[in-house]
Design a protein around this ligand. Structure first.
Ligand SMILES: [Ca+2]
Ligand SMILES: [Ca+2]
Length: 281
């Protein structure tokens, strides 16, 4: 049986019952630009993993506000986020994994526990988790360390993992130095986490080449330095179709239509890609 609410705030406590994983979740299909829904009372997941389906158009995601905000999520089960929309938890104490299969999950400081220190961690298969540290300190060091560990298994295992990872797609991260650390499922080489590998990423890497760095500076193999290994990872994914549902990515992918080699990049660099500054007359 389904209940519907088009917009606004729900103050009912929600206890999800039933023992079948994947059933009895929350689905939001609202596609309007302004209404958002907030659950002000706790949602108890019960004992299994529950889907939170937040389907929203890409145009609305740019606003950055959560389409569905839940003040408190409890229970022994876990969360499976699907859909391109934005789900936010203010407080979370559930025991299960936080699985992201699309869109964005924002975790406010009091909701970090299940993902960062809980027994089942987080599995970011597609989309991203945003660790919001407003009025707190950045978790960048913790997240960098966790991802460095997970990289060793190709991100298939670990506290922060991507069980859908491939040789081309793992997990990248970035700290905006203000309030958010993003961890996204994306290509090796996607320094700016926009879902594609393009000249912007190449220039980021080039500017830090042979220096210490993190993912957002071009260190895609998590060894702490930006070097030819990172360069080759970037080159191998250059121009591939976008992987994030941000709506901003795919169109930039055609600069180099074929898989490119180090030599191609060297040619690009020699041809002025690194010197594309306005000339002074
Ligand atoms: Ca990029
Ligand atoms: Ca490196």
């Amino acid at each position: 049986m389904a209940s519907q609410l088009s917009a606004g705030s729900l103050s009912l406590p929600i206890n999800l019952t039933g023992a079948v994983a994947g059933q009895g979740g929350v689905k939001l299909t609202n596609s309007d630009t302004t209404p958002k829904i907030t659950y002000t009372r706790p949602i108890d997941l019960g004992s299994v993993n529950r889907p939170f389906d937040v389907a929203r158009s890409a145009a609305n995601i740019a606003a950055g506000e959560a389409d569905l905000q839940v003040n408190s999520v409890t229970g022994a089960g876990g969360v499976i986020k699907v859909g391109a929309g934005h789900l936010r938890f203010n407080t979370a104490t559930y025991s299960g994994a936080t699985t992201v299969q699309g869109g964005t999950v924002t975790l406010m400081v009091d909701a970090w526990g299940p993902a960062l220190t809980g027994a089942n961690g987080a599995d970011i298969q597609q989309g991203q988790i945003v660790f919001n540290y407003t009025n707190s300190t950045t978790p960048a060091g913790t997240i960098s360390a966790l991802l460095t560990t997970s990289y060793a298994s190709g991100f298939l295992t670990g506290q922060l993992r991507n069980t859908a990872a491939t040789t081309a797609i793992g997990l990248g991260w970035a700290d905006d130095a203000t309030s958010k650390v993003r961890v996204a499922a994306t290509y090796y080489g996607d320094a700016d986490l926009n879902g594609v590998v393009d000249t912007v990423d190449f220039n980021i890497l080039a500017s830090k080449f042979s220096q210490a760095g993190v993912w957002a500076e071009g260190d895609f193999d998590y060894n702490g330095t930006v070097d030819t290994v990172d360069f080759n990872l970037l080159a191998s994914n250059f121009g591939k179709p976008g992987v994030l549902a941000s709506g901003a990515a795919a169109s930039l992918g055609a600069i180099v239509p074929e898989p490119v080699s180090f030599a191609t990049f060297a040619t690009l660099a020699a041809g002025g890609l690194l010197r594309r500054r306005p000339r002074r007359c």
